[in-house]
Design a protein around this ligand. Structure first.
Ligand code: PAF
Length: 279
């Protein structure tokens, strides 16, 4: 496994690959868990070589405290990557990526950026767009893999690739869950014991919403979920929405021809968790 911290070095390596070598790319912010590993394994199956980046991107954090506290486990990450035969790891510094100007580019994602996460995390998707576009330019992958846990991010990256005609196939992968249903996230490691114990309530409630979506309308389900969370004081509901998978706009009435998803964000103490379910 080769590890590069410099743009020039990884680009040199990529240029030296035999013509026609397919590159699968999994961008991460480190603190790797089984969800990441499943993306990497899929990338390995579908490409000749796999590149993983580990970079905690400062421009996508709207709260400084969240950036400072984001888990950093580089040594464990590298051993994990080696154990699953990752080929290349890219671990740049913020200076390497942004030089002296740690700022986002401004994007227009046709309104996707104003829904859900966009209402609560100022500038987040500009930060994500900036770094993913930059990493695509550096790594030049054929396919890139993203978890559906961040479904809005996945749709936004697909939109970016389409708008900027970036020649990468963006692949969304199923949410990887703990045995008790909690969606895997690097942030789970920061939960206190009691918050970790109640956190599976999030997915349990999403599953209940899915069942009720068969017979009830969206506003009744929203009300049901809000009432459920009132019974669970350790988890503070930030939003629950039923939205169209493509436009990400929340809906009132169902149209049989459209696909919908329920999206949720909660705070467990100060740790923010998100999840979603296809309806
Ligand atoms: O999903 C993430 O971990 C990040 O948003 C990503 C895509 C690596 C960009 O920093």
């Amino acid at each position: 496994m080769l590890v590069f911290a410099k743009i020039k070095s990884i680009q040199q390596k990529i240029k030296s690959l035999k013509k026609g070598t397919s590159i699968g790319f999994v961008p991460t912010m480190g603190a790797l868990h089984k969800g990441h590993l499943s993306l990497i394994k899929q990338a390995k199956k579908e490409n000749d070589i796999v590149v993983v980046s580990i970079f905690v991107n400062p421009t996508q954090f709207d709260k400084k405290e969240d950036l400072i506290n984001y888990p950093k486990t580089i040594d464990t990450d590298l051993s994990l990557l080696k154990s699953i035969y990752c080929d290349i790891v890219f671990t740049p510094t913020a200076e390497e990526i942004y030089s002296n100007n740690i700022q986002s580019q401004s994007f227009n994602f046709d309104g996707l950026e104003f829904q859900m996460e966009g209402k609560f995390r100022d500038g987040h998707f500009d930060g994500v767009g900036t770094i993913v576009k930059r990493l695509f330019e550096i790594v030049t992958p054929h396919k890139s893999y993203f978890g559906e846990k961040d479904f809005q991010q996945l749709q936004i990256i697909k939109k970016m690739v389409e708008k900027y005609q970036i020649p990468v196939k963006v692949i969304g992968c199923d949410i990887f869950r703990e045995k008790d249903g909690l969606a895997m996230s690097s942030r789970n490691s920061r939960l206190t014991k009691k918050h970790r114990e109640v956190a599976p309530f999030i997915y349990k409630t999403l599953k209940k919403a899915k069942i009720e979506f068969g017979t009830k309308n969206a506003s009744e389900i929203v009300e049901m979920v809000e009432n459920e969370f009132k019974k669970q004081p350790l988890l503070e509901l930030e939003y629950f929405e039923i939205a169209d998978e493509e436009t990400l706009q929340s809906i009132k009435n169902k149209d049989q021809k459209r696909k919908y998803r329920a999206f949720i964000a909660i705070f467990a103490n100060k740790i923010r968790l998100i999840d979603n379910i296809s309806l």
